[in-house]
Design a protein around this ligand. Structure first.
Ligand code: AMP
Ligand code: MG
Length: 350
């Protein structure tokens, strides 16, 4: 299949892009598009076969459900039932934006979209291209991240092209993804709402609106054997670079010594080694490929670069990566969550 690639130009020409993409979606095809979190791979959420195509293109396990993207509040009532007071409050506060809520699904939402679940995940993105695409197409768009399953989520059009060119109908390119990690998922079905995936909207931000919120233990401790995770995606290994990635944590001077010593040793053995650091600390490192993720005190700058950097390590055939650990304030918790998964939970305390 030839993939059409169109770049948003902010001129009259864009209208044609939305018309073309809308037609593809209405006819059951696949279109990748930017959102404020990462690029999404979209299909008509109410078309059983269309959303099934998403799993095939990504190589995604069929029990890992998709998030439905809508452009206005009234669309929610078409696909979800039992919308609680707390949900209303959260939608008022954080939609449009990087927050996904779980609801009971209505009959019209096919099982291929929900991965066989009776619940449905819904988000109203704030990105203007995503919003315009949903509006113009007239469909609700089921969209997971537009990457091959197991690879880092795409934050640039070139990442989508790398993974999905030839497998989907169209890519809308507009490299204005600015958060860089996926939406926060919150489940309101229990007495105390639970965060199933950390993102830009934090526990503290939720608590200001609806009171107490917990973080699902699978996020902090990993999915335990024999436990069915509340978000099916939790059990899959994600974001794993080809390189052996280790996070080094502790007193900064010790972290630097550990990383410098081990980098030297591995380079001497003939390996390619990279170091994930920050603008403030990069000058401490003497060998290897030293990559700054952003500013230590600005978690969002780190979030923005994380996935692109992990992909770059694959492209450069890096063998070993050492990463500093990052602040877990604000979106930093989401960054560390993704990084810990990428490291296969290997954290070295020095
Ligand atoms: P992605 O769009 O690739 O970020 O993946 C969507 C995520 O949403 C996956 O991790 C799913 O596990 C989660 N998800 C989608 N629908 C549901 C649902 N009904 N209940 C719980 N988690 C869900
Ligand atoms: Mg994903």
């Amino acid at each position: 299949m030839e993939t059409i690639i169109k770049k948003i130009t902010h001129t009259e020409e864009d209208k044609k892009i939305y018309e073309q993409a809308g037609k593809i979606l209405r006819e059951g095809g696949l279109v990748a598009f930017p959102t404020e979190t990462v690029y999404g791979l979209g299909a008509d959420a109410l078309d059983e076969e269309a959303s099934a195509k998403i799993y095939a293109a990504k190589g995604r396990p069929s029990d890992n459900p998709l998030i439905i993207h809508i452009a206005d509040r009234k669309s929610l009532d078409e696909i979800a039932s039992e919308v609680s007071k707390k949900a209303e409050k959260l939608m008022d506060a954080f939609w449009p934006g990087p927050m996904t809520l779980i609801f009971r699904k209505k009959e019209n939402v096919p099982m291929s979209t929900t991965g066989g679940l009776e619940t449905v995940a819904v988000r109203m993105p704030s990105h203007p291209v995503a919003r315009e695409l949903i509006r113009q197409s007239g469909v609700y768009i089921a969209a997971p991240s537009a990457n091959t399953s197991g690879r880092p989520s795409p934050t640039k059009a070139e990442h989508v092209i790398e993974d999905l060119s030839g497998k989907i109908d169209m890519i809308i390119a507009d490299d204005t993804v600015d958060i860089g990690v996926e939406s926060t998922i919150i489940d309101l079905s229990e007495e105390v709402p639970a965060i199933l995936r950390p993102g830009y909207i934090t526990k503290e931000m939720f608590e200001e609106v609806i009171g107490r919120v917990t973080i699902d233990p699978a996020i902090t401790d990993g999915v335990k054997a024999g436990v069915v995770p509340r978000a099916p995606g939790m059990k899959y290994k994600h974001y794993a670079p080809d390189a052996d990635l280790k996070i080094v944590e502790g007193d900064m001077a010790k972290v630097v010594d550990y990383i410098n010593d081990n980098t030297k040793k591995l380079i001497n053995e003939g390996f390619k080694v990279a170091i994930m650091t920050t603008d403030e600390t990069r000058h401490f490192y003497t060998d290897g490929i030293v990559i700054s993720m952003g500013h230590k005190s600005d978690e969002l700058s780190v979030a923005r670069h994380l996935y692109a950097i992990l992909r770059e390590f694959d492209n450069e055939h890096v063998d070993y990566v050492f990463s500093e650990s990052f602040e877990t304030e604000n979106v930093g918790r989401a960054v560390m969550n993704r990084l810990i998964k990428a490291a296969g939970h290997t954290i070295i305390h020095v």
